[in-house]
Design a protein around this ligand. Structure first.
Ligand SMILES: Cc1ncc(COP(=O)(O)O)c(C=O)c1O
Length: 380
């Protein structure tokens, strides 16, 4: 192993052996495409995909496997949701509608809806936040679409998703609720039924599975009649005449109708052991508390997260955060520096960038001790 201390789990998690082995076994011994073959090997891949879909269904408390769509990640999921809403509600009806976003949002969650606003000309409003940057249920504006970041990737605090959704539905029973759970999923149990959200996304790579795979939960997949992507594996029938060029196309039922093209099969195979592993090995947040207590004493460090947050984020009084990241990195410490694709929150806090420590199940006490020494030595 190389000699680094990896404290950047919130960017992407290191992979446990069980995930690496599952993917290697699949690549070496069992590889075939899914949904396209009748031989025993192809059928075994179909069964594996179904098994993982069931695992995800249970993992997030969904009702049915038909609600689970494999995407390429949270970013892909959020962009697709904006597109699904755009095409289904149709531009005309969206014009006088209101989309609620928040300054907690990652660029991946907010930008697709900002762009939608730009192209349609609908309204955009902000979800109110308290002085600790928690989303507030009181004084919620009436919205037709509500984008909720379940846990900010800068502040690491779980938001009260079910209460926010209930409050938004009180204002408008038809509000479409979209939850970005990219960070939340690492630390807390997701229960989409209790949340009562219409859509939810997370990325597999943040929970120890591979890149290139994400999950998009859709509460009522048949409500969204027209898929947002088109290709192989999602058409059940084409009815009509080639001469007249008039066809009727019947989509497969969900989830296939939202999964055009070949799925990232190797990554899907790795997701099953990753979920089992995550449930048994959530990040040890005592390590964050230890670093919090220790770095709080340092006069050059200003911590912006709370002691019980899932991550530790700070800025430096005496040096630029990018210089700090490069210097700590040269000493073997991997952490995240910059605006963390959360530009709106950084603007609100009046900071150009911050440094973030996040831990995973691989981190030892020795890692944390050494990290504290490196940070203290770098900001001195
Ligand atoms: C809160 C949040 N949302 C969305 C994303 C985007 O995830 P991905 O890059 O895996 O699509 C991230 C990634 O850091 C995130 O932390």
């Amino acid at each position: 192993m190389n000699n680094i201390i990896y404290l950047d789990a919130a960017a992407t998690a290191l992979k446990p052996e069980c995930v690496i082995n599952a993917e290697m076994d699949f690549l070496r011994d069992s590889y075939a495409n899914a949904g396209r073959g009748m031989c025993a090997r192809a059928v075994a891949v179909d069964l594996a995909v179904s098994r993982v879909r069931k695992k995800v269904t249970d993992f997030i408390g969904a009702e049915s496997e038909t609600q689970i769509v494999f995407t390429s990640g949270t970013t892909d999921g959020m962009n697709r949701i904006a597109k699904i809403i755009d095409t289904i509600l149709c531009r005309e009806s969206l014009k006088d509608k209101t989309i609620m976003v928040s300054d907690l949002d990652h660029h991946s969650a907010r930008l697709p809806f900002e762009v939608l606003r730009d192209s349609i000309g609908c309204n955009i409003v902000l979800c109110p936040m308290d002085e600790k940057y928690n989303l507030m249920c009181s004084d919620l504006p009436k919205a037709d679409v509500f984008v909720i970041t379940a846990m900010s990737n800068v502040l690491g605090k779980p938001q009260d998703v079910p209460s926010l959704i209930a409050a938004a539905r009180k204002k408008n029973p038809n509000v479409i609720t979209v939850v970005d759970a990219a960070q939340y999923v690492v630390h807390e149990k997701i229960d989409v039924k209790q949340w009562d959200c219409d859509f939810m996304c997370f990325s597999a790579h943040k929970i120890g599975a591979d890149t290139g795979l994400g999950v998009m939960y859709i509460k009522e997949p048949e409500r969204w009649e027209r898929p947002d992507k088109f290709g192989g594996g999602m058409v059940s029938k084409i009815i009509g005449s080639a001469f007249s060029h008039s066809y009727e196309i019947k989509w497969e039922p969900a989830p296939a109708k939202f999964e055009a093209g070949t799925l990232p099969l190797t990554q899907i195979v790795g997701l099953e052991p990753a979920i089992d592993y995550l449930i048994e090995h959530r990040p040890n947040l005592e390590q964050i508390k230890y670093l919090y207590d220790r770095l709080l004493k340092n006069k050059n460090i200003e911590i912006i997260t709370e002691r019980d947050s899932s991550m530790l984020t700070f800025y430096l009084r005496n040096m630029h955060v990018l210089d700090f990241g490069a210097m700590a990195g040269a000493k073997g410490l991997c952490l995240r520096v910059g605006n963390m694709c959360a530009g709106w929150l950084h603007n609100l806090m009046g900071l150009s960038g911050t440094a973030r420590i996040s831990v995973g199940p691989w981190n030892t006490e020795a890692d944390i001790e050494k990290a504290a020494e490196i940070i203290e030595g770098t900001v001195k």
